[in-house]
Design a protein around this ligand. Structure first.
Ligand code: NCD
Length: 331
């Protein structure tokens, strides 16, 4: 299939459907229909491989990353370029922010230059939400503080569905620093929406308030019990930069009690998969040999699905068939 045929197919799959939301700040913004639309488009985007498309030709997307990022930033940028968009990168060290301009004023200026979307990462929870209310172009949250990371959850769900066929009824054991993880914030929301059974394995100090009521997640301090018969073992690193060290006696002890080894992984269902959003802290989060040599590991597939999901998201928020515009709300 050449690029033109692929684009025709994508437009056909889309079938004039639009997302029900204008920004994607939280998984709560998305309906089940939205999630299925994103997954369908992403699957077709993935099939296009390295072949460039022109669905976003002439559009400008700004990647405003106010916190360090390697894979998410590259993934959004490559996905935007894959669709022919002009992508512009801004970082926390960009001059206007350094000079003391507020984030909202900086972002408003970007939007006034005519950017068609802003992809935003911040180490403060809630900043993309504030931005979304204050700029006229769509905002995609690429991770805010300890709150949410919706594109990660979407690529994770795609990876699980690619292997298991669905989320409904699957046991997903999430191991690690739940309290400080925005990946958990979005993953738990999407899994709950799609009927997954969530187990959490971590020290009690890493359990967020109301976790069981909000996410219907079951907490375990015994890793063997948590992993037993699981369909997915999803590992998160200890977020030292968010002060996690004070919540555990030491990384060594944490790793001894919760680190994923071959022996522990073997307690999961025989068809189980191992996932991690990266960066992996080898031999702390999981045994090094499991990272990409073990066939149960889907970590590289997560990366590949990441680009497809981010291409789908950028296309869907920028090119709206219903022509809906955001209302500008001055804060
Ligand atoms: C995650 C993040 O930044 O929240 N990583 C990522 O998006 N690739 C997880 C993490 O940093 O641990």
């Amino acid at each position: 299939m050449n690029a033109q045929e692929r684009e025709k197919k994508l437009i056909q799959i889309r079938n004039n459907r639009d997302l029900s939301c204008l920004d994607i700040v939280s998984i709560d913004d998305l309906s089940i229909e939205d999630i299925h639309l994103i997954l369908e488009i992403a699957e077709e985007m993935k099939k296009s491989g390295t072949e460039k498309l022109s669905l976003l030709k002439g559009k400008t997307i700004v990647n405003a990353f106010y916190e360090n990022s390697t894979r998410t930033k590259m993934s959004f940028e490559m996905a935007g370029k894959h669709l022919g968009a002009d992508t512009i990168n801004m970082s926390g060290s960009s001059s206007s922010v350094k000079k003391g301009e507020s984030l909202i004023d900086t972002t408003e200026t970007i939007s006034a230059y005519g950017a068609q979307a802003i992809v935003m990462r911040s180490n403060y929870s809630g900043i993309p939400f504030q931005m979304a209310k204050n700029v006229s172009c769509p905002v995609l949250n690429a991770g805010d503080g300890t709150h949410e990371h919706p594109s990660q959850a979407l690529l994770d769900v795609k990876t699980i569905i690619d292997h298991h066929g669905s989320i409904e009824g699957k046991i997903i054991t999430i191991v690690g620093d739940i309290l400080h993880s925005r990946v958990f914030g979005s993953l738990a929301r999407i899994l709950k929406k799609m009927g997954g059974k969530i187990r959490v394995a971590c020290p009690k100090t890493f359990v967020p308030e109301n976790m069981e009521e909000v996410f219907h997640a079951q907490h375990f301090t015994n890793i063997e019990q948590a992993v037993n018969n699981a369909d997915v073992v999803y590992v998160l690193r200890v977020q030292e930069e968010r002060g996690s060290k004070g919540f555990i006696p030491s990384l060594r002890e944490y790793s001894k009690t919760f680190g994923i080894t071959n022996e522990r992984l073997s307690l999961a269902d025989e068809n189980a998969i191992l996932m991690h959003p990266g960066p992996v802290i080898r031999d702390i989060d999981m045994h090094s040999a499991l990272v990409n040599l073990d066939e149960r590991s889907k970590i590289l597939e997560q990366v590949e699905n990441g680009m497809a999901i981010r291409a789908a998201l950028q296309w869907l928020v920028v090119d709206r068939k219903d022509g809906k515009k955001k209302e500008f709300v001055e804060l």
